[in-house]
Design a protein around this ligand. Structure first.
Ligand code: AMP
Ligand code: MG
Length: 342
């Protein structure tokens, strides 16, 4: 299949809308990461998303809407909490899980009786949903398991020849996927952290739980509340290690590795004195910058043929919880703790 590369303009948005109405796949920019969109009400179109990504069929998709009026027909009922959350966070990087209506095909919900809904804020994403005239199912537009794409070039690297079109809306603002919150639990529960933080959700909802799978590893036989949490995820080809240590210990450890195949992800300003590929991912403590850079840096490690990537351990405060959630999975939970004189 020949993939069209579309600049972000009005005629191309109409083209994208038509492709989607006709059952095709279009990668679209959102404020979080690029999404791979299909008509959410067309099970056959949605099935093509799974084929293009190599995504396991039991991992459900998020349905994207651009107006609250679209919600009613997609869910069994709308609790008051949705209006409270929408008032503060929609349009924006919050996904809410609700009991689904019969309109949602099994391909979208992966056989669950719930559906995940989000209203993105990116103007191009909203315009494409409007042009398509239907809600859009859209997971991240990467090959399953790889770091999510935050530029159209990342999407092209994974999806060229596999999808109908890529709409280039420039780099994504947030850089990590939306916060996923289920309202189908006794207490609202965060299944995946994102730009909307637990503290911000608590301001609206009072009590909010955080699923243990956010920073932990599922035990054998445990059922994931969010099926996406059980897979290897966000990982480049290189082996990633999170390193807990002082900068001095980090530097001396990394300088003992093969400089040709080793990359270091460090806080900005720490580049000096490292004899390997060095990628800065924002000032220490600037979790928004880490979120924005993490996936692009991990992809860059593959582009440069790295075998091992050592990452200075970032804070998991606020948006840092989302960064740590992605990083732990990219690293397959490998955390090195170095002694001071390592
Ligand atoms: P992605 O589309 O790649 O951002 O992944 C969507 C995430 O939302 C995955 O982790 C899914 O498992 C999760 N998700 C989507 N729908 C549901 C649902 N109905 N219940 C629980 N998790 C969901
Ligand atoms: Mg994804």
């Amino acid at each position: 299949m020949k993939t069209l590369f579309l600049d972000n303009n009005e005629p191309n948005i109409r083209t994208a809308g038509k492709i989607l109405r006709d059952g095709g796949l279009v990668a679209i920019p959102t404020e979080t990461v690029y999404g791979l969109a299909a008509n959410a009400l067309d099970g056959a179109a949605v099935a093509r998303i799974f084929a293009a990504k190599g995504r396991p069929m039991d991992n459900p998709l998020i349905v994207h809407i651009q107006d609250l009026s679209e919600l009613d027909s997609l869910v069994a009922y709308v609790p008051q909490a949705v209006y409270d959350l929408a008032g503060r966070f929609w349009p924006g990087p919050l996904t809410i899980i609700l009991p689904k209506s019969d309109l949602i095909p099994d391909e979208v919900s992966a056989g669950l009786d719930t559906v995940a809904i989000r209203m993105p804020s990116h103007p191009a994403a909203r315009a494409v949903i409007r042009a398509a005239g239907v809600p859009l199912a859209a997971p991240s537009a990467n090959t399953s398991g790889k770091p999510s794409p935050t530029t159209a070039a990342h999407v092209r690297d994974d999806m060229d020849g596999k999808i109908d079109a890529i709409l280039d809306g420039g780099p994504c603002e947030v850089g990590v996927e939306s916060t996923v919150l289920t309202l189908c639990a006794p207490v609202p529960r965060i299944l995946r952290p994102g730009r909307v933080t637990p503290e911000e959700l608590e301001e609206v909802l009072g009590e909010v739980d955080i699923d243990p799978a956010v920073l932990g590893q599922l035990g054998a036989g445990e059922v994931a509340a969010s099926p996406g949490m059980k897979y290897k995820h966000y990982a480049p080809n290189a082996d990633v290690f999170i390193v807990e240590s002082s900068l001095e210990a980090f530097r001396s450890f990394v300088n003992q590795q093969d400089p040709q195949t080793t990359a270091a992800l460090v806080f900005s300003g720490e580049e000096e004195g490292l004899r390997c590929t060095v990628l800065p991912f924002g000032d220490e403590g600037n979790e928004l910058a880490h979120a924005n850079k993490l996936f692009a840096d991990l992809r860059e490690c593959d582009t440069r043929g790295m075998k091992n990537v050592y990452v200075r351990c970032p804070s998991s405060e606020g948006v840092g919880l989302a960064v740590m959630n992605r990083l732990l999975r990219a690293a397959e939970f490998r955390v090195l703790t170095l002694e001071e004189d390592a």
